[in-house]
Design a protein around this ligand. Structure first.
Ligand code: F6P
Length: 557
């Protein structure tokens, strides 16, 4: 195993610490003194235009961050990932989500297996199935075409599909809708199915492991809902054979554990596989994206994959000075480790991206929320900032106050598209232009603030001048795309995947395992009998949990 380099022991880290100590952030002066700052710190990656110039960095800082990347051997680690080495050391797995979007004629053999051929075999099977559902050739057990697809999954088997589906609603086929059930709170499956017609509903059970309690419980609830509904209306006979035939027409699965899919009663012919080298949170571009593919069609899904691939190629081959995911990942390290930033806001000015921050929470926090390095030794510095956000302009009327005038540094990524899917007008006024005026205004306000003199010049009473001053120098990155196409959505995801990777390498952590979610899962199963009133199990709980459980049991009707 290659040992992680301790970033804090590098010469670049020492230089960065000194640079931070000497830094007096002054974006007004920096832009005044350096007329090419904006141009020099703006980059293109595939269709994305990324402006880093409103970050709290000088050219010296950027040079030192790039030296840090070299010193922690980031290029080697990146190449190891792309070539299929087992960089997920705690699970002894390759990390190859990038292979999911390789074109058909690419070559990649890993552990003796032609990975590209495997990926395209599944994509072709998905394509055939997607076409059948969309054309109406695939029908439910009573011969009706599918109108609603319900994806049942959680974590990476939910957040990616729901985010991308919502982002690409303008591309979906009329008459076909997708819904997403994830929570084991039974109200989720209830509300998502209550108004559906079982004869026109197709369930996709998406689970990498096919052991996840939430997903399997919801899948069973959905199967009961389907069969009860069909039997009650006399559409299906009340016997095992008829029930099995109905499940075969209304349930498909996506998993790496195809044997378990068969045990659940889903026809293996209707199961789409993927591989252990795809992490759950990196899987929306695998068969896990089936609900998206059905909604937007296989051509759209292939465009989506091409978008990822364009950014992969940028990350793999572009010189460090212009490598956007590398620079953005290093900037995040700069803020976390040298500014003590605890969180990072992601603010899409695109309502269709409203689930993007939630999606990024799993991607970034499940990946980099670690306190040991990949060789088992403790991390040597802070890791894993909290990612959060909401679409603009809603956030402006909620939490932006804290970003503008709070005491913490909160780096923020602003994302917008030039051409909206719904270019509505309010009379003569282009509403999208009004919307984006906010996008541009916010990053300028955060960067340049408002001085005491400017506040006074507005005639503000002296005693409230301090409250109306904006310090400025709040770091932001602006990301613009021509339009929210399937390719652009793929590009955005790949961008953040690689940013996450860069941070993980600097911190020396395995960004591809998630042992931290195991304890809670195990305890929930152990505690379940106590929640059902088992006295012996209750007595084994700690005093606080016992009291809570007793109160809960007393409240149950
Ligand atoms: O929450 C832990 C986790 O393992 C995630 O990493 C994963 O995306 C999710 O559970 C769902 O897992 P599966 O796809 O195996 O059901």
């Amino acid at each position: 195993m290659t040992k992680p380099v301790d970033a804090t022991s590098t010469a670049a880290w020492t230089a960065l610490a000194q640079l931070k100590q000497d830094l007096r952030p002054d974006l007004r002066a920096w832009f005044d003194e350096d007329v090419s700052r904006a141009a020099d710190l703006t980059f293109d990656v595939a269709d994305l235009r990324v402006d880093l110039s409103k970050n709290l960095v000088t050219r010296e800082v950027i040079a030192a961050l790039l030296r840090l990347a070299e010193e922690v051997k980031l290029p080697e680690r990146r190449d190891a990932m792309f070539s299929g080495q087992h960089i997920n050391v705690t699970e002894d797995r390759a990390v190859l989500h990038t292979a999911l979007r390789l074109p058909r004629d690419a070559k990649l053999e890993v552990d003796g297996q032609d990975v590209v051929a495997d990926v395209h075999e599944v994509l072709d099977r998905m394509g055939a199935f997607v076409d059948k559902v969309r054309s109406g050739e695939w029908v439910g057990v009573t011969g009706k075409r599918i109108e609603t697809v319900v994806n049942i999954g959680i974590g990476g088997s939910d957040l990616g599909p729901v985010m991308v589906y919502e982002a690409l609603i303008p591309y979906k086929q009329d008459g076909l809708t997708a819904r997403f059930v994830s929570n084991i709170d039974p109200s989720d499956v209830y509300e998502k199915t209550a108004d559906l017609d079982p004869e026109t509903t197709l369930f996709i059970v998406a689970s990498k492991t096919f052991t996840t309690l939430e997903t399997l419980t919801n899948a069973r609830l959905a199967r009961t809902w389907l069969l009860d509904g069909l039997v009650a209306r006399g559409a299906v006979a009340d016997d095992d054979e008829a029930r099995q035939a109905a499940v075969a027409k209304h349930f498909v699965a996506v998993s790496t554990a195809l044997d378990k899919v068969a045990d659940f009663g889903i026809d293996p012919a209707n199961a789409f596989g993927f591989w252990d080298w795809v992490g759950g949170r990196y899987s929306v571009d695998s068969a896990v994206g089936l609900s998206v593919a059905i909604a937007i069609g296989m051509d759209g899904f292939r465009d989506f994959l091409a978008g990822f691939h364009a950014v992969d190629e940028h990350f793999r081959t572009t010189a460090s000075e212009r490598n956007v995911p590398l620079l953005m990942g290093l900037l995040n390290v700069w803020y976390v480790n040298f500014f003590d930033a605890h969180s990072h806001a992601v603010l899409p000015y695109a309502q269709y991206l409203h689930r993007f921050p939630a999606y990024l929470q799993q991607l970034t926090m499940e990946s980099n929320g670690k306190s040991v390095r990949w060789d088992g030794t403790p991390v040597t510095t802070d890791t894993g900032e909290i990612f959060w956000g909401e679409p603009g302009t809603n956030g402006q009327h909620a939490f932006y106050q804290l970003i503008h005038q709070g005491t913490r540094v909160i780096p923020a990524d602003f994302i917008a598209v030039a051409n909206p899917a719904r270019p509505l007008k309010d009379g003569d006024e282009d509403v999208h232009a009004l919307f984006l005026a906010n996008f541009f205004a916010q990053t300028a306000a955060l960067a340049f603030g408002k001085t005491e003199e400017e506040v006074r010049a507005e005639g503000t009473a002296e005693d409230i001048v301090p409250a109306r001053v904006f310090a400025g120098n709040k770091p932001t990155t602006s990301i613009l795309a021509p339009a929210l196409t399937p390719s652009v959505v793929g590009q955005l995801i790949a961008l953040y995947e690689h940013i996450t990777f860069v941070q993980g390498v600097v911190w020396g952590i395995d960004s591809f395992d998630q042992w931290g979610v195991e304890l809670g899962k195990k305890l929930a199963l152990e505690i379940a009998p106590a929640v059902n009133g088992d006295e012996e199990a209750l007595a084994k709980q700690d005093p606080s949990t016992q009291m809570l459980l007793k109160w809960y049991l007393g409240q149950r009707a």
